[in-house]
Design a protein around this ligand. Structure first.
Ligand code: GLC
Ligand code: GLC
Length: 664
């Protein structure tokens, strides 16, 4: 193959030219071994995107120098972590995994005080902590930190780089993997690269998409989506300093990086590896769908975006292989899955499951959820979903229109119904949500609100209705039980574990009031935590029931690696799936001394009632569980194969076969 030949020749030549002087003999051996494994693929991706540049080879050499330098800067303990992850690459599929996402300031104040909250995280069972972007960013509106001015500096209000580094170590010692954001589609307009570009530096102007006038932007524009139409129409911003039009997919102050420029690829790789070397174990690829622009398309999910991400992944494999990628593609389900591959992103948010859980709560029907999961849940066994119910962003209705049509649902009308339902414009709705990103042309919008407010707790508490409070708590449990059991990493949004309600304070703050996502970005106070530990409070009920479910997940390997089969039953109000753990997981479990190894079930039938009414599901589905005796882990009731499965309002059942003889 000519690529192989070219890449081998290229590598031989490059190795003579790159600077490996800073590598210790053992690092050099590791570096060369990893290059011999991955260089061919890296070469092929890099030349696929940049081969037409006359100086492509020069850029490739710069890239390898960057990789060598970053490998040399990796600490010994991170190198040890690299080795251990390489020997156990599927660590993230383990049933002990439990994720949490939080803002440093809202969760703890700053990085130092976050350390003091590690015991709290441990008490919840958290093993994966995503800290929302904490880098230096513009004063005032910084899109919640997603406008990065310097990847190598922590926002001074939160602490320092060395605080972050020591936090990463403390977290790891506590069994918690740190996940950081890799915001690589754009930088803030205050990043040194953007400042140089504003000042007229031609080299840095090529780091962004900058146009002298609107003639080219006008050719792109008709095909592009508008992400924040409430703050700016169109996708381009006029910069009065450079007097150029800049591509800004998100806010005016977030300048899209130009990945047609190989220097940008290498420069961002250097920033990425800097973050990896701080000690994070996962990087969340923010807005990854937007990184490649192609005239005449919507400039999302372009094939070269995938090539570039795969190339970044290879750079990690060479310089920091302990780190995995998490895809944040909030796009059509058929596009979401294309980012998920061990060569691309090992982890991915599951926006389809998230949106359809909300859909089922509103409609009390599970047909769209079931049909969509049947089509889209299954992914490579090397990868896992990160399943969530709420996050720092809005809820968008990202389901596949064709699946909806097949069920006789008009997708456009249905989205309008869902928006109305969750934003208080639908008679009888339980939700307190806020509309976000309304597009005056299309009438589209998305939904904001905290989990507790969206499931009806805010209203129920205001009315002091004991019954509706209970129902709202039941809904919180139902949604969390799904993400805890369906397969993948469950990711809890900080504050949801104690049922924080919407916070309307942002409406009085000039730098926040135009962005309604702040309604669900809420401080978690010591009082909230204390309330969650005080017998009889609503917070305590939520926290205790959630703890119970988490403990079950942590006890039984069937919640970890394995397969999920989504089951459509005759009852359209109940969501049902079957989990089967993989044989390899059962073996690894024995070696980890889990409880119940003798009786560890390898199957689980999970059922969720999405209504306020008792529901029944035919007993025939229990036949999937191959054992004479059955047991519901949640209610701790024995069940028999013959009886119809009954579910009380919003009841969760996790049914397992109960007998050691299953193993014989
Ligand atoms: C992602 C983030 C979102 C941010 C956007 C631009 O979607 O989750 O909060 O506004 O990217 O960085
Ligand atoms: C984007 C998504 C959009 C999301 C937004 C943040 O990356 O495509 O749906 O809601 O960022 O608000």
């Amino acid at each position: 193959m000519s690529t192989k030949y070219d890449s081998q020749r290229g590598l031989d030549r490059l190795l003579k030219e790159i600077d490996m002087s800073m590598l210790t003999p053992s690092d050099k051996r590791v570096f060369l071994a990893r290059l011999s494994e991955h260089f061919e693929a890296l070469f092929s991706h890099f030349t696929h995107v940049y081969g037409y540049h006359y100086d492509c080879y020069y850029h490739l050499r710069a890239l390898l120098n960057t990789l060598a330098k970053n490998l040399s800067e990796r600490t010994e303990s991170l190198k040890a972590l690299d080795a251990s992850r390489l020997s156990n690459p599927h660590w993230y599929a383990h049933h002990s995994m439990l994720g949490m996402a939080c803002y440093v300031d809202l969760f703890a104040g700053d990085l130092q005080r976050l350390k003091a909250r590690i015991p709290y995280l441990q008490s919840l069972g958290v093993t994966y902590l995503h800290l929302m972007p904490l880098y230096r960013s513009p004063e005032g509106d910084s899109d919640g930190g997603y406008a990065v001015s310097d990847y190598r500096q922590v926002d001074p209000k939160l602490g320092t780089v060395s605080d972050l580094q020591s936090l990463a170590t403390e977290l790891r010692n506590a069994g918690i993997s740190l996940i950081l954001d890799f915001v690589f589609n754009h930088t803030s307009d205050e990043h040194a690269w953007a400042m140089a570009a504003k000042g007229g530096d031609k080299n840095f102007q090529h780091y962004y998409y900058m146009f002298d006038d609107k003639s080219i932007p006008n050719q792109y524009e008709p095909h592009l989506r508008e992400i924040f139409p409430q703050v700016r129409r169109g996708n381009f911003t006029f910069d009065s300093t450079s007097r150029k039009w800049i591509w800004t997919t998100f806010n005016n102050f977030q300048w899209d990086l130009n990945y047609t420029n190989p220097e940008v690829f290498t420069a961002i790789t250097d920033e990425m590896l800097f973050l990896a070397n701080l000690g994070c174990e996962g990087l969340r690829l923010d807005a990854l769908a937007f990184i490649w622009k192609e005239m005449g398309t919507d400039c999302e999910n372009q094939p070269k975006a995938h090539t570039i991400i795969q190339a970044f992944n290879l750079c990690l494999k060479i310089a920091a292989p302990a780190v995995v990628f998490k895809s944040e593609a909030i796009v059509h389900p058929d596009e979401v899955v294309k980012y998920i591959d061990k060569e691309e992103c090992q982890l991915s948010y599951n926006p389809l499951l998230m949106a359809l859980i909300w859909n089922s709560l509103a409609t009390r029907k599970t047909r769209l959820l079931t049909a969509s999961m049947q089509k889209s849940f299954s992914i490579s066994p090397d990868c896992v979903w990160v399943n969530y119910v709420r996050c720092h962003d809005d809820i968008g209705w990202t389901f596949d229109d064709n699946v909806a049509w097949q069920l006789g649902i008009n997708p456009h009308d249905h989205r309008q119904f869902l928006n109305a339902y969750y934003t208080g414009q639908f008679e009888g709705s339980f939700a307190n949500g806020v509309a976000f990103g309304e597009n005056p042309n299309t009438g589209d919008c998305r939904v904001c609100g905290s989990l507790a407010s969206l499931v009806g707790l805010e209203d129920a508490l205001a009315d002091n209705s004991i019954e509706r409070i209970k129902t709202a708590i039941d809904r919180i449990m139902l949604t969390h039980a799904i993400i805890l059991s369906i397969g993948g990493i469950p990711l809890i949004y900080s504050g949801d574990e104690v049922g924080l309600l919407n916070d309307y304070e942002y409406r009085t703050q000039p730098d926040k009031q135009h962005d309604d996502r702040w309604v669900h970005r809420i401080p978690l106070t010591d009082q909230d935590i204390a309330a969650s530990q005080k017998q009889g409070t609503v917070q305590q009920q939520i926290s205790a029931r959630l703890q119970h479910l988490i403990q079950l997940r942590k006890t039984y390997p069937v919640f970890g690696a394995g397969n999920t089969t989504i089951i459509g039953t005759e009852n359209q109000h109940v969501f049902v799936f079957l989990r089967q753990s993989s044989a390899s997981d059962s073996v690894s479990v024995k070696s980890q001394n889990d409880n119940n190894t003798d009786e560890t079930p390898t199957q689980l039938l999970a059922l969720f009632n999405f209504t306020e009414h008792t529901q029944q599901v035919d007993a025939k589905y229990l036949a999937q569980l191959k054992a004479p005796h059955l047991f519901d882990l949640v209610s701790e009731e024995p069940l028999s194969h013959e009886t119809t499965i009954t579910l009380a309002p919003y009841q969760i059942r996790w049914i397992v076969p109960k007998t050691p003889t299953f193993y014989s």
